[in-house]
Write a protein that binds this ligand. Structure first.
Ligand SMILES: Nc1ncnc2c1ncn2[C@@H]1O[C@H](COP(=O)(O)OP(=O)(O)OP(=O)(O)O)[C@@H](O)[C@H]1O
Length: 589
């Protein structure tokens, strides 16, 4: 950066600061003491302030005005740097590029730059000063601040309300990153006295809005500062939303324009949770600085409970929801239920009974609203298990088999256990691990099986240890368990990536399966296609799985065209191996 130097060797002062200095000297009717004026004069001429203004001007002149103002790419750059260093450290052999990166990331200048970047992103730049004690005899003096903001297309990013106790108009909310917040001059609780010289005493918030709407150019607020400023530091919390939100349909949002709409599965950066019912958030990766209002967890939970109660009451206490009231007696009956699960045995497929007696929590996680998430960085040689969930017959075995065929040394599926006796030609540990019924029952009792069931008097199941063994051997474990196994699998130790294989619409389902001569059962004595009832069951079953477990899915692949679905699966596996992905925050702590 170059700086101008005058002929006498002194640095030239910034012209705007020089003009301010000049005007200050000319002004004769200021209510300030000589001491204060001298201080201000010295400040305006100080080289520190001039250098800062110089830097500010250079940044502004380099910004492409048509694009957004530069915004921080992320607010935890130092954490990412530490994660990358850790990853490199774990590499037994490092390429020269990797080595160079390793040294660069340890340079104090780079770390200093990232720290400063994070501090700006988190708005952590205000000095932490103790509150100024209020002096008794000062109370009679009313401090007024005058704030001028230039009106543009961007909303001001603040809301107002009538204070219930005083009846005065006050600033109710300042949206993080919005124009008001960036000015640093408007705070929650500030009392609005005048807007563009119009006294707002006794007016309603809507009257004030009208004044604002009708003003052009600069807007001048006369405000009585709030007694205590709210902490405006941004929180770092990220959550995944388990519901969809459209603020235009929400009759209770305090200010519709301030709402932030989102879809199920979106990751949101919660920047402020000060309000019990309305959080401020940004969509992760969104370049807009201004945060929007979303319902808080508490508010959303209340809404869901209310909706469910209203639904139930609609039919004299009967379950209304077709999914909830289906033949399994889902949430209506807390009794243990039984349903079909498939234990695979090479080419043959056996239907066995999935025993839910131990695991009768068919319940949907009571109220799924937001889940706190954090980024998990892939670690070389440690692969997250890939779990394929879906209704029976949707094609999970087919997809799993194709994936393993691409690289059998890399992708593996755990060998199931059974209590049945070994048949001629079978090898222990190949088709099955053959164990006694007593041992298997004892292990089931100890919670060692992620899924188990009984078929024709014999037990079948997959143990959690066999999944762990595959992960520890540096291979990718591929599982297609019954969906109830998700609760056992979705742990911080296993960190599974859960892909939901969904059937397409009934018409496409029939069309693709018939064209491909798809088999409903592979039994050597009984191989046949799907019946109309089985197709319909698949759709019904998928609705039930979605209702119960959708919030666990990392991704959904619709299995319409088999090749298309398989290439999506390959892309997903590749992503899990190479990209940082959002997982429950507790998995990375
Ligand atoms: N996209 C598709 N198009 C046509 N046929 C398919 C498709 N996907 C799978 N199939 C066929 O459907 C049949 C059932 O698939 P598969 O056995 O993989 O289902 P599954 O989900 O593993 O079922 P289950 O859980 O009951 O074992 C197979 O014949 C398979 O080749």
């Amino acid at each position: 950066m170059t700086s101008e130097v005058m002929s006498n060797g002194k640095k030239k002062l910034d012209p705007v600061l020089t003009e301010l200095c000049f005007n200050l000297q000319k002004a004769s009717n200021l209510p300030s003491t000589n001491e204060e004026l001298t201080f201000l004069n010295e400040l305006l001429q100080s080289k520190e302030l001039n250098a800062l203004v110089n830097i500010h001007n250079k940044i502004i002149s380099n910004v492409d005005k048509k694009r957004f103002f530069p915004v921080p790419a992320l607010s935890d750059g130092m954490q990412v740097l530490a994660d990358v260093l850790e990853l490199i450290l774990q590499k037994p052999r490092r390429s020269p590029d990797c080595q160079e990166l390793f040294f660069m990331l340890q340079k104090p200048h780079l770390q200093g730059l990232l720290c400063a970047h994070d501090a700006v992103a988190q708005k952590d730049y205000y000095p932490h000063l103790p509150d100024i004690p209020v002096e008794e005899d000062d109370e009679s003096e009313l401090t007024i601040k005058i704030v001028q903001l230039v009106k543009s297309n961007e909303p001001l990013g603040a809301t107002i309300k009538t204070d219930e106790q005083t009846g005065k108009i006050v600033i109710a909310r300042v949206m993080h990153g919005g124009a008001a917040d960036r000015s640093g001059l408007i705070h929650v609780g500030d009392e609005v006295v005048e807007v563009n010289a119009i006294n707002v005493e006794g007016k309603q918030p809507n009257d004030v809005l009208e004044i604002l709407q009708n003003s052009e150019g600069t807007i001048t607020f006369k405000l009585v500062p709030a007694e205590c400023k709210m902490n405006i530091r941004e929180s770092k919390v990220r959550v995944r939303a388990h519901f969809e939100y459209d603020s235009s349909l929400d009759p209770y949002i305090p200010c519709k324009e301030a709402g932030l709409d989102f879809k199920k599965g979106d990751v949101l950066h919660i920047v402020c949770q000060d309000d019990q019912y309305w959080w401020q958030a940004r969509k992760e990766g969104d370049k807009h600085m201004r945060a929007g209002l979303i319902p808080s967890r508490a508010l959303q939970e209340k809404r869901i409970i209310h909706e469910r109660q209203a639904q139930n009451e609609d039919e004299n206490g009967q379950c209304l929801d077709p999914v909830m009231a289906d033949e399994d007696g889902l949430t209506c009956s807390p009794k243990p239920t039984r349903c079909l699960v498939v234990a695979e045995n090479k080419n043959k497929t056996k239907k066995i009974i999935y025993d839910t007696a131990e695991n009768d929590d068919f319940d949907r996680e009571l109220i799924a609203t937001y889940e706190e998430v954090a980024k998990l960085y892939p670690r070389p040689g440690v692969y997250r298990p890939i779990v394929l969930i879906g209704p029976p017959g949707v094609g999970r075995n087919e997809l799993k088999r194709r994936l393993i065929d691409t690289d059998p040394g890399k992708f593996r599926t755990p060998t199931p256990f059974t209590s049945r006796s070994m048949k001629p030609g079978e090898v222990d540990g190949k088709e099955y691990f053959f164990v006694t019924r007593e041992r298997m029952e004892a292990d089931i009792e100890k919670g060692k099986f992620i899924e188990f069931g009984e078929y024709k008097g014999n037990l079948y199941g997959t143990s959690a240890d066999s999944v762990k063994a595959i992960v520890n051997s540096g291979q990718v474990c591929i599982l297609n368990p019954h969906y109830q196994a998700l609760k056992m699998l979705r742990t911080p130790q296993l960190k599974p990536y859960i892909i939901y294989i969904s059937p397409p619409s009934l018409d496409v389902l029939k069309e693709t399966r018939v064209a491909n001569h798809a088999r409903s059962t592979f039994d050597v004595h009984n191989s046949r296609g799907f019946t109309e009832e089985e197709f319909q069951d698949m759709i019904k079953h998928s609705e039930k799985i979605e209702f119960l477990y959708e919030h666990f899915f990392d991704e959904t692949i619709v299995n319409d065209d088999l090749l298309g679905a398989f290439s999506k699966l390959l892309a997903a596996v590749n992503r899990v191996e190479n990209e940082p992905l959002w997982v429950p925050a507790s998995w990375v702590q």
